[in-house]
Design a binder for this molecule. Structure first.
Ligand SMILES: [Mg+2]
Length: 219
């Protein structure tokens, strides 16, 4: 009886192992996935998806006149939101290496994401304040400001960079605290636009907009 129970348990374990293995499918090979990402990023589809995500912002901006824009603000993330770092991403085979990233920032080679620049210009034309809140570090301030201006972002009411000694596992609380400080200055944040959940979590904005980014995640 006991032997039969043990044999039965053995068969059950073997079945569970085999069934478990059955769920493990070979993943798609990495070069093919990277090629798909590059195709998407370099096709009109990426810009179209960015533009589509921003449609509610454009519609709301059109309804805003000088009086209703007073005291309102738009918060923009920088990388893969205001600026594209695609050249760096692709150059590293969609990997990341700190020293290479800092050197690339120093070169100020990022270009504007055109639909975001358009929304920025529309917001400024209507008298809305624009703030940048980025996970780039304070030591990158001069290069970041120069790169933003070069890309067409001419002015802003504040640019918040992560402190050089920031070592928290998530950037989200830092970014939410920046927005809280913007509100404490008396602004009403109508839009918070970013490409990561960590750009948008934690409130302090009436509307959030998530732009596509198939390349990396920032916690
Ligand atoms: Mg970003």
């Amino acid at each position: 009886m006991r032997r039969r129970a043990i044999a039965g348990a053995g068969i059950l374990v073997a079945w569970l192992v085999l069934a478990g293995c059955g769920h493990l499918m070979a993943p798609p090979d990495l070069p093919a996935v990277k090629a798909d990402v590059a195709r998407y990023m370099e096709s009109p589809a990426y810009e179209r998806d960015v533009r589509r995500a921003l449609r509610p912002v454009r519609q709301a901006l059109r309804r805003l006149d000088a009086a209703s824009a007073t005291g309102t603000a738009m918060v923009l993330d920088i990388d893969e939101t205001a600026l594209s770092t695609y050249e760096y991403q692709k150059g590293l085979g969609f990997g990341h290496y700190g020293p290479a990233w800092h050197e690339w920032q120093r070169q100020r080679r990022a270009v504007a994401l055109e639909p975001v620049l358009e929304v920025y210009r529309e917001a400024r034309a209507r008298g809305m304040a624009v703030f940048f809140v980025t996970g780039r570090r304070e030591r990158s301030r001069a290069d970041t400001e120069a790169n933003l201006r070069q890309a067409g972002y001419e002015d802003w009411s504040g640019l918040w960079l992560k402190p050089d000694d920031h070592r928290e596992p998530s950037v989200a609380p830092y970014k939410a605290s920046c927005r809280a400080q913007i509100e404490a200055q008396g602004y009403r944040i109508l839009f918070n636009i970013g490409d990561q959940d960590s750009d948008l979590a934690g409130g302090h904005a009436e509307h959030t907009v998530r732009l596509p980014n198939p390349i990396y995640r920032v916690e």
